[in-house]
Ligand binder design. Structure first.
Ligand code: ADP
Ligand code: MG
Length: 263
């Protein structure tokens, strides 16, 4: 057996033991290249370390994307900013980098009628933030309220809310669909109060604050919730016509033009 064979016989086992799968997979290729190009040993070692670290970052982002429950296909690239003039692309791109607002636990509120693109914009921003290394959870507000309500019944509400701290950002989609008779929504207040000035929330709603009395059990709680949410918040009012309806009308007009041209 050659010296190299002897030296490397145990390598797969050692790399596995050290949990270095990228190096395990790639070291032979890199070693061949290093030998051929006469790399100094230090360069070889540093190339392998870089590969492993890059692969770890990639896998972490993949895990965070899975845990985020973000709806697929809603990206900033596929968002037509021209359709929502009041939503500045530059500002969205700045928010997508995350650092300033997520680090101080600031909030983002998106209001607009059904179909105006709130969920798409929220999910797209969430996805960009995950890709930038943050942890995000996207949830319909009604689902999260129900979940927290069950935790409250099991006397575990505080722990459940604390567990959500691992997410830099919670996206609560369609807050105004929550009604106080549907579930006891004081859990939502507890969540808002607990994250205040620490962890960010992004909220979408058809109805701006005027209608939120329907959401919380007492008017004082509504006021207190809104007060905390807006204290450090960016608010976008997306008062545009439904994107679905607009594209449907666009398709219809196109089809009619086509029919007119061909008949
Ligand atoms: P909302 O949450 O405000 O009711 P959605 O975000 O669900 O609206 O938008 C409805 C549909 O239209 C979705 O399929 C979404 O991807 C699409 N859409 C809305 N606004 C835009 C936009 N500005 N650019 C591209 N697609 C959009
Ligand atoms: Mg929506």
């Amino acid at each position: 057996m050659s010296t190299i064979a002897v030296d490397t016989a145990r390598l797969p086992l050692l790399l596995h033991e050290l949990r270095l799968p990228a190096i395990g997979r790639l070291w032979q290729d890199i070693a061949a290249r290093a030998d051929k190009e006469g790399w100094p040993a230090a360069r070889f070692l540093s190339a392998l370390a870089e590969l492993e670290v890059a692969e770890r970052a990639r896998r972490r982002i993949e895990r965070h994307l899975v845990e985020s429950r973000l709806p697929p296909g809603k990206t900033l690239d596929s968002f037509d900013f021209a359709a929502v003039p009041m939503l500045s692309k530059a500002q969205m791109m700045a928010l997508a980098s995350g650092d300033v607002w997520l680090e101080k636990g600031a909030n983002l509120l998106l209001f607009g009628p059904p179909g105006s693109g709130k969920s798409h914009a929220a999910a797209a921003l969430g996805r960009a933030l995950v890709e930038n290394g943050y942890r995000v959870l996207f949830s319909r507000t009604t689902d999260l309220v129900q979940r927290l309500q069950l935790e409250r019944q099991a006397l575990r509400l505080e722990a459940a809310i604390a567990k959500l701290d691992r997410f830099d950002l919670l996206i609560l989609d369609d807050l105004s669909y929550v009604t106080k008779d549907q579930a006891e929504t004081s859990v939502l207040f507890e969540l808002i109060a607990s994250r205040y000035e620490r962890r960010s929330l992004m909220i979408t709603a058809n109805q701006p604050f005027g209608e939120w009395d329907k959401v919380f059990p007492q008017p004082a709680m509504t006021v207190a919730a809104i007060d905390r949410l807006v204290h450090h918040a960016t608010i976008f009012e997306m008062n545009v016509e439904s994107y679905r309806r607009r594209t449907a009308i666009g398709r219809k007009a196109k089809a009619e033009r086509h029919t007119a041209e061909t008949t």
